[in-house]
Design a protein around this ligand. Structure first.
Ligand SMILES: NC(=O)c1ccc[n+]([C@@H]2O[C@H](COP(=O)([O-])OP(=O)(O)OC[C@H]3O[C@@H](n4cnc5c(N)ncnc54)[C@H](O)[C@@H]3O)[C@@H](O)[C@H]2O)c1
Length: 277
């Protein structure tokens, strides 16, 4: 049986880049989990052309039942060894593109928590879970992102969600709440990565988060390009530059790395810290 890696949001730009690198470098079979069937079909075909064995499963990562179905499907096709929680959307609304703060927060946070919980149960031979943070939590002072509420997520996840939604609703106008939803969600993911790593480490499951900088793809906007320009290396990242890091983290070469957040951002956070000095 092949080793299998699930990539949620896998039909997106970073997801497909990751799938190709992991398939080619590690010989893993890929299951693209995404809400867009059309994008999955195109992605699977593109990966086949690149010689990567891939399959797809339509699932909304923020729905617990669908997350469980996605993991059960992947685990039937081989030995589940990897999960990358890439499902996410931009907090920017627009005339044809309306998103709510709950949607922004829940896709990132519920998607990560539900898919990780299910995958950890199915990784009977160990494995690696990669979560996605961002530069956004580093743009504001620590202690301003409802961090006090995070431990509640471990005991009463729906109570935690209610409290975070209420705090977001009270944070300002709709666009402000969406921006905070993105930032607070990604900060929570860094906390959750540390917490989960300690729960599953003895089962030989490693958990890490990766913080992409501004990576070429549909989510990039002018504000992101400005961040990229002021970064240490002064440019955006390419999906393949992130893909190489995901493949490394999933490999045995990273066997001593767990419970940590690695920024792969061309030095955006470094530049922010430098300005503050
Ligand atoms: N691109 C960047 O600069 C950047 C930077 C930091 C973090 N991120 C995060 O990395 C992830 C991937 O980014 P990308 O550039 O590949 O974005 P993308 O828009 O190309 O891909 C995101 C994919 O997620 C899917 N998706 C959306 N909602 C979903 C849901 N509920 N369940 C399952 N799939 C869902 C979409 O259909 C899409 O295929 C996102 O979570 C994003 O927030 C991106």
């Amino acid at each position: 049986m092949s080793n299998v890696c699930i990539i949620t949001g896998g039909a997106g730009s970073m997801g497909l880049g990751a799938a190709e690198a992991i398939g080619k470098e590690l010989g893993m079979k890929i299951v693209l989990g995404d809400i867009s069937e059309e994008a999955i079909d195109k992605g699977v075909a593109k990966l086949a052309e690149a010689g990567v064995e891939a399959d797809g499963f339509v699932a909304d990562a923020r729905n617990q039942e669908e997350a469980a179905q996605l993991v059960a499907y992947a685990a039937k096709t081989g030995t589940l060894k990897g999960l990358i929680n890439l499902a996410g959307i931009s907090p920017k609304g627009g005339p044809d593109y309306h998103v709510s703060y709950k949607l922004v927060f829940d896709i990132a946070v519920c998607g990560t928590v539900f898919c990780s919980q299910e995958a950890a149960k199915a990784m009977t031979e160990g494995g690696c879970i990669i979560n996605i943070s961002s530069t956004s939590p580093f743009l504001v002072p620590a202690g301003t992102m409802q961090e006090d509420l995070y431990p509640l997520a471990a005991e009463d996840f729906s109570g935690f969600l209610d409290k975070m939604h209420a705090a977001l609703a009270a944070s300002g106008d709709e666009q402000t709440a969406r921006n905070y939803a993105y930032m607070w969600g990604r900060r929570f993911i860094i906390w959750y990565t540390e917490w989960l790593a300690c729960q599953v480490g003895k089962q030989n499951i490693r958990v890490v988060s990766i913080g992409p900088g501004v990576v070429d793809g549909p989510m990039v906007e002018e504000s992101g390009l400005n961040l990229a320009r002021m970064s240490a290396i002064g440019r955006t990242g390419r999906p393949e530059e992130l893909a190489a890091v995901y493949a490394f983290m999933l490999s045995d070469k990273a066997s001593y790395i767990s419970g940590t957040n690695l920024m792969v951002d061309g030095g955006i956070v470094a530049a922010i810290h430098n300005i503050k000095r």
